[in-house]
Design a protein around this ligand. Structure first.
Ligand code: MTE
Length: 301
């Protein structure tokens, strides 16, 4: 399937792992002219400078409550989660429901690298080079039936290897949801890797959602079920506290969390320019604004 979206950030915005894996794929995603020569550098220079993130940072500072509530708990505690074999059930309002091995599910998906800004509701951010495919492609394959309005997602529950589940730190399974048009947007990614390598368990192996214009908690990890429905699905943090965590949870510098400002964010990483930066509307992805035309985003936040 053809690229429907072009990387905004280039490989120079993330810390190389030694070599820039998939560098050519990234450049191929840029416009021909810019990729061909000096304009590439010019385009990169026009972007706000980003604090680069290393694989180490991306895999050691995590939220994954199934493994505990501390930022280093997921890396410490997720090693025993077996992610191969893995099955994902697709059900609800689809023509082709079923339970599929991950391998079968992704065999005909077009894998791409997407370098996305990632903004947690806790006002920290990173830049992450994901590998994955557009959720829209998977939904097309599943055959979404008319009348479906939303997509619901569910994370695995494995108490034997998930101390946070055993301790019931929140209600599990972790669930999330998107409106169908959000799910079909070309920015919405199903990620299976980072830096060209399979996702680490703490990042949501073997398959997770990435919705870069929304707060990170919408990007649900280690998915075992995707359900098409005609109702707004339950979403874990929205269910815990709807006043603090809206169903949409689009990144918005003008809508503060009741307990802290969202106007700026702390960039994770110890580089030269480690500091706070201004939060960008839709996390810097204005192409999604049309999805919310006519909505008051301070009410439907
Ligand atoms: N998915 C599950 N199943 N459980 C979680 O606790 N935390 C969310 C999201 N997905 C979470 C989850 C939150 S709050 C964030 S910020 C991101 O995962 C963190 O992703 P990362 O650890 O890969 O940076």
């Amino acid at each position: 399937m053809a690229h429907r979206w072009t990387n905004t950030y280039t490989a120079s915005d993330v810390t190389p792992k030694g070599v820039w894996l998939n560098r050519r794929a990234v450049l191929a995603g840029m416009t021909g002219l810019a990729a061909a020569g000096g304009l590439a550098g010019q385009a990169a220079a026009q972007q706000a400078p980003l604090e680069p993130n290393t694989l180490e940072e991306i895999t050691s500072y995590n939220n994954f409550y199934e493994f505990g509530t501390g930022k280093d708990d997921p890396a410490k505690n997720s090693g025993d989660m077996v992610t191969d074999p893995w099955e994902v059930t697709i059900d609800g309002m689809v023509d082709n429901p079923g339970t599929f091995s991950l391998q079968d599910l992704i065999s005909d998906m077009t894998m791409e690298e997407r370098i996305y800004r990632f903004r947690c509701v806790e006002a920290w951010s990173m830049v992450v080079p994901w590998n994955g495919f557009e959720l829209a492609d998977l939904l097309e394959k599943a055959g979404v039936q008319s009348g479906a309005t939303h997509v619901a997602f569910e994370t695995a529950v494995m108490p034997e290897v998930m101390p946070g589940v055993r301790n019931r730190v929140i209600d599990f399974p972790y669930v999330e949801g998107l409106r169908l048009d959000e799910a079909m947007h070309p920015l919405t990614l199903m990620a299976t890797g980072i830096y060209g390598e399979p996702l680490a368990n703490q990042n949501g192996a073997p398959i997770r959602l990435v919705v870069p214009w929304k707060y990170g908690f919408k990007s649900i990890k280690s998915i075992v079920r995707i359900t098409l429905t005609d109702e707004q699905p339950k979403a874990t943090w929205n269910d815990i506290n709807a006043r603090e965590y809206g169903f949409y949870s689009n990144v918005n510098p003008e809508v503060d969390h009741p307990r802290w400002s969202q106007a700026s964010e702390r960039m994770i990483g110890g580089g030269l320019f480690a500091s706070r930066q201004d939060t960008l509307m839709f996390n810097g992805y204005p192409e999604v604004a049309s999805l919310y035309e006519g909505m008051d985003l301070s009410v439907d936040f």
